[in-house]
Write a protein that binds this ligand. Structure first.
Ligand code: NAI
Ligand code: PHE
Length: 351
């Protein structure tokens, strides 16, 4: 029941709307506005139930609050989920444009309480329409006057996180190491390229054949999506959907490092405890994948140049080192230490 989702959530507002004409079910979750207006992407996909969509929106919004605070950005956390009437690839362009128009109305109704941006199932071109109709979307295309896709900065941040976590696990660099990339979308493909350039031996998986073919051309070995968690690696980079590591997976996964882009990688804190107990170094997702938020908020709110964005994305290494240090001294899992770090920054709102 949706009520059960909401009674277990500590966010500020969750509004949902069903649009009969398009068959789409919209949820905008605003978790926190302590550091500034809530911000987070719009995810558009097919869900098994409306309850699942609301649960995803609220969890993702909570993660955005942590991400903004950990990266010291002057924004709160929010997220939109559009539960589509069919899988995204089955939605034709006409229907998609009508769905976006309804979502623009949602953004206008919230009047800047929440700013959106791209996420799974949405692109910079979609942000052009949403921003044009509401004025509350980050991540427009360069042609429309925006900063363009957040994905390259996200991938760069994930790569920095991988290297920092690998060092924490005793590896000098990624050369000759086996890096397992799960999901070869906007972020995962760039992560694959960066790891390959570093001399890593990359193994990858995606549901999409074309993406697998491209990864093979870049030198990666391909495994089937359902085999990923059985593949032995030095670094595992989840770059598809969240919820991939529960306690059982944490107990059996054969890797030294987990560092990827997916939001909400851990099913619950116990999975993070189990990884730590086994000595698997986990780079907390909301720190490792902060590059996209740094790019969008840096360029569009703080007026940073691309070089300033790049330098802040590289700063993910220092934030992560601080997390590992806290984890060591306080004998906490890195996941717990990262929550504490983000909370301490939340308690000291942005100027
Ligand atoms: P995307 O939609 O471009 O790519 C996701 C890829 O994962 C697709 O190629 C899809 O086929 C694949 N996939 C889905 N299920 C899979 C499975 N079970 N096994 C293997 N592959 C599977 O999304 P994008 O933008 O690359 O984002 C990836 C993840 O990173 C998402 O969880 C997103 O929320 C997160 N993220 C993205 C940011 C961005 O700037 N794009 C920023 C921060 C986080
Ligand atoms: N959806 C991306 C994320 O999870 C990028 C994004 C960041 C979108 C901030 C909007 C605002 O980080």
């Amino acid at each position: 029941m949706i009520e059960n989702v909401l009674t277990g959530w500590d966010g500020a507002l969750c509004s949902s709307r069903y649009d009969r004409e398009t068959g789409a079910f919209f949820t905008v979750a605003v978790h926190s506005r302590r550091r500034g207006p809530a911000a987070g992407g719009t995810r558009a996909m097919h869900y098994a139930s409306h309850e699942d969509a609301v649960a995803d929106a609220t969890r993702l919004a909570s993660a955005m609050t942590l991400k903004m605070a950990a990266a010291d950005l002057p924004m709160g956390g929010g997220k939109s989920v559009i539960a589509l009437p069919a899988p995204r690839h089955e939605i034709d362009d006409d229907l998609w444009q009508r769905i976006l128009q309804v979502h623009a109305e949602n953004l206008s109704a919230l009047n800047g309480t929440y700013w959106t941006g791209p996420d799974v199932g949405t692109t910079s071109a979609d942000m052009d329409l949403l921003h044009g109709r509401s004025g509350f979307a980050f991540g427009r295309s360069v042609d429309a006057g925006g900063p363009g896709s957040s994905a390259p900065s996200t991938a760069q941040g994930v790569y920095v996180a991988m290297r920092t976590a690998a060092a924490e696990a005793g590896m000098n660099d990624l050369a000759g190491r086996r890096v397992l990339v799960q999901g070869l979308g906007a972020v995962g493909m760039d992560v694959l390229e960066l790891a390959t350039k570093d001399g890593a031996d990359v193994v990858a998986a995606d549901l999409d054949e074309d993406r697998c073919r491209r990864a093979r051309d870049l030198g990666a070995a391909i495994v089937r999506p359902e085999e990923v968690l059985d593949v032995e690696s030095d670094v595992y980079a989840p770059c598809a959907m969240g919820g991939v590591i529960d306690v059982d997976v944490a107990r059996r996964i054969r890797t030294s490092v987990v560092a990827g882009a997916a939001n909400n990688v851990l099913v619950d804190p116990a999975a993070g405890e189990e990884l730590a107990r086994r000595g698997v170094v986990y780079a907390p997702d909301f720190i490792a994948n902060g590059g996209g938020a740094i790019h969008l908020v840096g360029r569009e709110v703080l007026g940073w140049s691309p070089a300033e964005v790049a330098s802040h994305v590289d700063g993910i290494a220092a934030t992560l080192s601080e997390v590992f240090e806290r984890a060591r001294t306080a004998r906490l899992s890195p996941d717990r230490a990262a929550h504490d770090l983000a909370q301490s920054r939340l308690d000291r709102p942005a100027a």
